[in-house]
Design a protein around this ligand. Structure first.
Ligand code: XLS
Ligand code: NI
Ligand code: NI
Length: 482
């Protein structure tokens, strides 16, 4: 039992705190999946009154306001760089962090005590949470949300029963969505359950491969039914701790076949959304096929899947792979693969997927630079794959965190606008490469400059003069718009 508890705490390491088995004596109201009978069970999803009483609809009040429940930089209808802010951003709330994240970490018990939670993982509780989700979206003024199958509905005894639970919650979600709201993306949760310990599509066990396929099939169906714009694959367990007992080539092949089946099924059900792969290195497994944008792009290319998938770049995953978020966004963009952003950030000292709300204005400006260069993200957007810190325990903190996250990216967009109209950074870059604005430069671009031609030029020109890159000047200009 002690061992089991430690294992469960360890689960909190990962950015997902979903339907799990945290059996913690001192815990606030969370209750283990599949052990609902041991907990107080609500028999109704009815909730008297509002979930967030006293919290108004969040409005734009401008940078001078001291009101924490107002936007300072995000003004949805305002046009910047030829598009409304809301169309650049396409913000989305992640159901798992916001409504299933209870604040536990590898050493500490959950800390959140949301008044609507009754300590169960019952179907009634799932529906009540769904109502809370839609009140939250409405008050925040966000039209998009993201979910895993298992965080919105509890497991049943059998797959059939699990699917029926999902259908019941999804029917309610559909009703609550109305005409304005829909998922930015949906996904299947293929990592928490012990059956997925060797992966889903890369599991060495055929039964698990089939189970994963059944789960993805169903998750694609409900995403489609809810009007979702994208479907995400995140392969947290699709990696290897050691290659000694692993047939890597075979597993990659299985993964590719699985993805092909997903593409075929997407077509079969008429789902026109984009399929996305979300790169992440390690955590929990190392040697991942989707380590970063470049590795994932290569996977797609090798297996002929390149036109069928795009990437969902998560900033905290990019930094875990040793890149900046901007670097992985640019890698994805240049390869025509930038589909969506999981907007979060890590902690520079902690070094794991802490999934904090992105609050760094400089980082947000670089993120928005890539988004602007990409012409926006639609049908993708910014999913707040981010959670409150363990120490933030007031209901209003859920709002404050999202408002601050939205404002930071909005400020990033405003900064990009300033950077573009100022023009000096673009001028610096233009000048840096100006030696290529020549006849031979044009021939290089056209693929016509052979080595003999270049050798002749090198002989003629003599030792090249190499100018300064003006590194600090670039940083100075960048900072002037923050
Ligand atoms: C975990 C991932 C996860 C995906 C969806 O690290 O970020 O939250 O976004 O499964
Ligand atoms: Ni993550
Ligand atoms: Ni993510």
């Amino acid at each position: 039992m002690e061992k089991m508890k430690a294992g469960n705490y360890f689960l909190y390491l990962f950015c997902l705190i979903v339907v799990s088995f945290p059996v913690i004596a001192v815990a606030p109201p969370t209750c283990p999946a599949n052990e609902g009978s041991k907990c107080k069970d609500s028999d109704s999803d009815e909730w008297k009154g509002e979930f967030f009483p006293g919290i108004p609809k969040i409005k734009y009040e401008g940078p001078k306001t001291k009101n924490p429940l107002a936007f300072k930089w995000y003004n949805a209808e305002e046009e910047i760089l030829g598009k409304k802010m809301k169309d650049w951003m396409r913000f989305s709330v992640a159901f798992w962090h916001t409504f299933r994240g209870m604040g536990g970490d590898p050493f500490g018990a959950p800390t959140k005590n949301w008044p609507w939670e009754d300590g169960t993982n019952s179907l009634a509780m799932a529906k009540r949470r769904m109502r809370a989700n839609f009140e939250f979206l409405d008050k925040l003024g966000v039209d998009l949300w993201c979910f895993h199958d298992r965080d919105i509905a509890p497991d049943g005894e059998t797959l059939k029963e699990t699917n029926a639970n999902l259908d019941e919650v999804v029917a309610l979600a559909k009703e609550l969505q109305g005409t304005k709201i829909h998922p930015l993306w949906g996904t299947a949760q293929l990592f928490l359950h012990p059956r997925y310990m060797h992966g889903g599509a890369t599991s060495s066990e055929l039964g698990v491969y089939a189970f994963a396929a059944a789960q993805v099939k169903k998750a694609m169906e409900v995403t489609h039914y809810l009007g979702g714009e994208n479907y995400v694959f995140w392969g947290g367990r699709e990696g290897y701790q050691t290659l000694l007992n692993t047939d890597m080539e075979r597993e990659l092949d299985h993964m590719a076949r699985f993805m092909e089946a997903a593409v075929a099924y997407k077509k079969k059900i008429g789902f026109n959304g984009t399929l996305l792969i979300e790169p992440k290195p390690q955590e929990p497994t190392k040697h991942q096929y989707d380590w970063d944008a470049a590795t994932t792009a290569n996977f797609l290319r090798k297996y002929g899947l390149i036109g069928q998938f795009k990437l969902n770049i998560e900033c905290n995953h990019a930094t875990l792979s040793g890149h900046s978020c901007h670097h992985d966004l640019e890698t994805a963009r240049i390869n025509g693969l930038l589909g969506n952003i999981d907007a979060n950030t890590g902690d520079p000292q902690i070094g794991w997927d802490t999934d904090q709300f992105l609050m760094d204005i400089g980082e947000a400006t670089l993120v928005m630079l890539s988004v602007v260069r990409n012409g926006g993200l639609a049908p993708g957007g910014f999913n707040f794959d981010a959670k409150l810190r363990r120490e933030s325990t007031d209901v209003e903190d859920i709002f404050i965190a999202h408002i601050a996250g939205m404002d930071t990216l909005a400020r990033g967009l405003r900064n990009v606008d300033k950077l573009i109209s100022d023009g000096s950074l673009a001028e610096l870059v233009r000048k840096r490469y100006q030696s290529f604005d020549s006849e031979i430069g044009a021939q290089i671009k056209a693929g016509k400059a052979d080595f003999e031609m270049l050798e002749k030029a090198a002989m003629e020109w003599g030792e090249p003069k190499v100018p300064s890159a003006k590194q600090e000047l670039a940083e100075m200009i960048f900072q002037s718009v923050l």
